[in-house]
Design a protein around this ligand. Sequence first.
Ligand SMILES: [Fe+2]
Length: 289
Amino acid sequence: MSETKPSQLSPTREAGVLQAFHADKAPPAPSRLLQLTDLHLFAEPTGRLLGITTRSSFQAVMALALSGGQAAHALILTGDLVHDESPAGYRYLRQALDETGLPYYCIAGNHDRRDLMKKYLGSAAVDPLGIRRLNSWNLIFLDSLDPGRNSGHLGREQLDRLIDLLSDNKAPTLLFLHHHPMPIQSAWMDTMGAENGADLLGICERNPQVKAVVFGHIHQAFSDFRGGCRILGTPSTCIQFLPGSIDFAADNRSPGYRELTIYPDGRLATHVERLAGLHELPLAHAKGY
Ligand SMILES: [Fe+2]
């Protein structure tokens, strides 16, 4: 998808899309969700990933996300929360999230430790499949972490439970996971998506109440459709990866997050916001992370 060039004056907006299902009715009050992903925090506040100080970058993105005039209703963090598997990293994150005063939900990425997430994030750490109701919608969280591997996997039990949930409940639904469930045309990154993402997308196609599958992991914005279901990738709050690259390549786009506005009548609006400028440049000759 195309992106506008980051402005030095204001945050950028990418791919605002509204799916109208009941255009003849006045829109009821929506809920606003903020997805932040791939924080890659360290125990040390000065910890860097490929030249980016991940804690200050996360703080800047969070401040941007919370700075709008509209109230947010929940934060959703889709994995790679702490890069160095440190208790101090998760403790810091818990404190930062609590300070927002908002409900928050966290799923694991390939760089996370489930045991530390449970210990420091408590019931906000959702696995292997969690469901929360918000504004007549179902928010479903799938843990795709396959320990020891960069790629992800969804277990048969997870998928069977998802099928049961979707057959029993036709409320509009958003699905969240860490790994991308379909190729994003970036060869190195496509070796480490959700291995059985096609199974997940098949389930979504057979259940049109699933309005979007939303993920992190790819450190870039992504948007596609599978039937009527949106497939949405979101920039990291720190280092960005170059879209369409065959091999690993960092990108000079600035960090960001995704907003998802859900309406009680089933409409969804979403876009990505990025910081106005880069405070740090990624390392020029990095070969991987
Ligand atoms: Fe990541």
